[in-house]
Design a protein around this ligand. Structure first.
Ligand code: PDD
Length: 291
């Protein structure tokens, strides 16, 4: 049987799931999304992802169409199709379809709510061992990067430029400050201190970012939320990027130059192990949903 996706209250085979061309997600990129990893069939940090989803919705003047229990039921059903496999959920809410293409927000409109599960894109073990190459680019995005909007053209163009230059990610710079990647948050290690930029309108409040800070705190590793200038990035002992699918990745080349000695650093090794242990605890608990 073909894969089912959730669309507006129904579970439908993917090839039959259709959205109107008048949907404002299609016409304007008027919507928000989440990417949620699931280990052994259990969504990871679901509550945090749903809280951020609600904040994104509020940021674009929409109200949450579903509550946490409703989402849990939907995601469990989607994930059950692959049993205990590691997966990722993509969910998207757009403002919905309307009869006219209007730049204002119509009042009488129903959201389009969609979610599907796919296999979790595995981290490339070779890349984890070697570390990633990144370049810095001017941040050409808007001023509400804290909203997880589906409008990702600036991210896509920047990511493609990184690929064209032989790198795997671009670190986006605004007013001399390195804020985050095109699809990841940024950390450096400086004088043995783990540093990530504070939350602001210039970066997404990453769920993995918060978890890394939590793990650092619990393990007694020194950390700070502080802005990172391009000069500090260039002088960093270690650079990491984080996301729900990449977890904590070491960066060993910046703009074609090695980061420190060009190998993943000792602090990254500690953090990667702490992250792996956290996932392992979730697998152990997999008989009851994560809270
Ligand atoms: N992206 N910053 C940006 C711009 C992102 O798109 C993402 C995630 C992150 C990391 O957030 P989190 O730790 O919550 O995954 C930071 C997802 C994975 C994506 O667009 O596919």
């Amino acid at each position: 049987m073909s894969e089912l996706i959730y669309l507006n209250g129904e579970f439908i085979p993917q090839e039959n799931a259709c959205v109107s061309v008048m949907d404002r997600g299609f016409l304007f990129g008027d919507g928000v999304y989440e990417v949620i990893p699931a280990y052994a069939g259990q969504p990871f940090r679901l509550r945090e992802h749903l809280r951020r989803l609600d904040a994104s919705l509020e940021g674009i003047r929409m109200s949450p169409p579903l509550d946490e229990d409703q989402w849990r039921d939907i995601l469990q059903r989607l994930l059950a199709q692959r049993g205990d496999a590691d997966q990722q959920i993509y969910l998207q809410i757009t403002r919905g379809a309307y009869g006219k293409r209007l730049h204002t927000i119509p009042e009488d409109i129903n959201p389009t709510v969609m979610a599907f599960a796919t296999e979790l894109a595995r981290r490339d073990p070779e890349l984890v061992k070697q570390g990633m190459s990144v370049i810095t680019l001017d941040d050409i995005r808007w001023d509400r990067c804290n909203i997880k909007a589906i409008t990702l053209l600036a991210n896509i163009l920047s990511q493609q430029q990184a690929r064209d230059e032989g790198a795997q990610e671009a670190i986006l710079v605004r007013d001399g400050q390195a804020n985050e990647g095109t699809a990841s948050n940024l950390f450096i290690v400086k004088d043995n201190l783990i540093i990530t930029p504070p939350k602001s309108r210039h970066l997404l409040p990453g769920i993995t970012r918060d978890l890394v800070l939590e793990l650092a705190r619990d393990a007694g590793l020194p950390y700070a939320e502080a802005s990172i200038s391009v000069e500090e990035l260039e002088a960093a002992e270690e650079i990491w990027i984080t996301s729900s699918t990449k977890e904590v990745m070491p960066v060993t080349r910046l703009n074609g130059h090695p980061v420190d000695n060009g190998h993943p650093g000792p602090m990254w090794e500690k953090m990667d192990a702490l992250y792996a242990a956290c996932k392992a605890r979730l697998r152990l608990r997999s008989s009851s949903p994560e809270d």
